[in-house]
Design a protein around this ligand. Structure first.
Ligand code: ZN
Length: 342
């Protein structure tokens, strides 16, 4: 098959569009012909090798995949079925998996990261439980753009922060994959959403997705603006994924009893915390990683019903994966960048 692989860590120049062996199915696995694969920051971290996580070489990235089933080594699978894929792969038999918390499995991995070859290829194999059938009216590009970021944002807002109707939510980096998903999920659940972005055009798009007020994070101070816009109260929930660059402002934006939930540290892993503020304002700091298979099926119902939809920034042919990753690294995008596979 054709695939985009890297044989060594480095900048986007190490990505090679080349021949790669077809996947071999083990019992319980299915083979999917990839029609579209969306990019995530994880792809860039894997390629750069910055996280001290060993990546077997050569490596195929790609966690967000849509396509059709073309072969199966599992029973009762309809060949030709249009699907999107659960990005989380877990053992399926430990206490965490059997309790429905598969993203806490000790063997949890993300498709396209470390040991599971991903969707920057014509074919990908996954365990049968990773298939999510998609209806006819959903196209492959939108289906590929949905799973990882909507699952992540759902787990953060609904499961970890337990968002309630009428609460105020601050979503950082509205143009990112998680940002655009979080604005939509919070708005759909009756929250008042404040969103940040780095350009006026992105701020307008954030409003169109449901943001009540927007903050330009290069020209305005996030915490000061939140205090001003909430009559000095602060917000109930902050959705963090930026890390070092915004962490102190995110903490200062919280109301008494507020919850900060984080799923990433794109600008760096170190943040300080004023312990006096933590206890006196009764704050909660929560970590969040991906989400469960059951949660993806739940949030997908809103997608299939037309109530949530991933924003597509731009599509590229698979062979141009390096250019696609470069666009993501330059932060020019609003929404998801998607590779289309012939
Ligand atoms: Zn498990």
């Amino acid at each position: 098959m054709k695939a985009v692989r890297f044989h060594e860590h480095g900048d986007h120049g190490v990505l090679r569009y080349e021949e790669a062996p077809d996947p071999n199915l083990a019992p319980g696995e299915v083979l999917v012909r990839v029609r579209a694969c969306a990019l995530n920051h994880l792809d860039i971290w894997a390629r750069q090798g910055l996280r001290r996580v060993p990546i077997p070489m050569p490596h195929i990235s790609g966690s967000d995949v849509a396509g059709d089933v073309i072969a199966s080594a599992a029973p009762d699978v309809a060949i030709g079925r249009r699907v999107m894929l659960q990005p989380g792969v877990s053992c399926g038999r430990c206490a965490e998996c059997l309790s429905g918390r598969d993203n806490e499995c000790a063997r949890y991995e993300v498709l396209g990261y470390r040991n599971h070859a991903g969707g920057y290829a014509q074919f990908v194999k996954v365990p049968v439980q990773n298939l999510v059938p998609i209806p006819e009216e959903i196209d492959f590009v939108h289906a590929a753009a949905f799973p990882l970021t909507f699952l992540t944002a759902w787990h953060m807002l609904m499961t970890r922060a337990k968002l309630k109707r009428g609460e105020d939510v601050l979503v950082l980096a509205a143009g990112s994959g998680v940002g655009q998903a979080a604005i939509q999920i919070a708005f759909l659940h009756g929250a008042r959403v404040f969103a940040t972005a780095g350009s006026d055009e992105k701020l307008e798009r954030a409003r169109a997705l449901g943001a009540f007020e927007v903050i330009h994070h290069h020209t305005q101070d996030i915490a000061q603006e939140i205090k001003r816009l909430t009559n000095r109260r602060g917000v109930d929930v902050v959705l963090e994924h930026v890390g070092e660059a915004t962490w102190p402002k995110s903490v200062r934006s919280l109301a008494r009893g507020g919850r900060l939930v984080t799923c990433g540290a794109t600008t760096g892993p170190n943040g300080t915390l004023d312990l006096t503020a933590l206890f006196s304002k009764q704050l909660t700091i929560q970590g969040s990683y991906m989400g469960t298979k059951g949660e993806l099926m739940r949030v997908a119902r809103f997608f299939f019903a037309g109530q949530l939809a991933p924003v597509i920034d731009r599509t590229y042919p698979l062979a141009d994966a390096a250019a696609a990753q470069q666009r993501m690294e330059e932060s020019g995008q609003f929404g998801k960048i998607v590779l289309e596979v012939q």
